[in-house]
Design a protein around this ligand. Structure first.
Ligand code: F6R
Length: 238
């Protein structure tokens, strides 16, 4: 595992974007796994400043809410469209998000795993980590070999994400998330973490026991992990 500690959140974006740019230059049809939430936004902003041909790059989102109306601005389909597809000039046909409004979300989840496999797997998976250690929406207790599936969001995650909605009640109860086993199949995991409020959970994930109680601890099982953290988030690392 390599760990870069940089002064600011904006610098995490520059460093992570540099890593992604190198991958895309060497493999113009690279398959990226893209996270939403606040942590990766500096990456997408910095990557947009690289002069890259993104026309063949493919992307799979980590997760999606179940039950938001199509086109809801906080659905991850819309967030990925705004922050990734448009900002980075990806071909929308090359970008996939789990179908949170499918009549059968479990089937949509299984289809999603199959689509990732069909694309040849993910070259670089961008990740953030939740305050409770979740990776994607794999909440504590998720099996370490779990596949893409429907999950119930914990109250803590719904409270954390309420900042994006007009009322806390609007945050959906369920989601489709890539599983921890699915994430571990990506060839390179790129975790970006910012802020003192993440220092304790980052230390638990990287230095603590590998346990379903802290889903982020599965990073310790992967042979190629890069962590980019600002100084505040890295302050409790061993
Ligand atoms: C987002 C995702 C989540 C976030 C995590 C951290 O697609 O899967 O695991 O990465 O909740 O969110 P932020 O970055 O907003 O603190």
């Amino acid at each position: 595992m390599e760990i870069f500690v940089v002064p600011t959140a904006s610098a995490t974006g520059s460093v992570a974007a540099g890593i992604l740019a190198a991958v895309i230059r060497s493999k113009p049809d690279a398959v990226l796994g893209v996270a939403t939430g606040g942590s990766p936004l500096p990456i997408y902003a910095a990557l947009a400043n690289h002069r890259l041909d993104m026309s063949s790059v493919r992307a799979f989102a980590l997760d999606e809410y179940v039950g938001l109306p199509a086109g809801h601005p906080e659905s991850y389909a819309e967030v990925v469209r705004r922050e990734v597809t448009e900002r980075l000039h990806l071909d929308p046909a090359n970008v996939a998000v789990p179908d949170g409004s499918a009549a059968d979300p479990e089937a949509a989840a299984a289809d999603y795993d199959a689509a990732i496999a069909g694309a040849g797997g993910i070259d670089v998976q961008i990740l953030g980590i939740g305050h409770n250690g979740h990776l994607a929406f794999n909440e504590p207790g998720s099996a370490l070999d779990s596949r893409t599936r429907v999950e119930v969001l914990t109250e803590r995650t719904r409270v954390a994400n309420a900042r994006y909605f007009s009322t806390p009640e609007e945050v959906p109860l369920r989601c489709i998330t890539q599983g921890l086993g699915t994430i571990l199949e990506a060839r390179h995991l790129l975790l970006v973490v910012n802020g003192a409020d993440k220092a304790g959970i980052l230390a638990a994930a990287l230095n603590g026991p590998v346990t379903a109680d802290c889903p982020g601890s599965v990073l310790q099982l992967h042979p190629h992990v890069t962590v980019v953290a600002d100084e505040a988030a890295a302050s409790q690392l061993a």
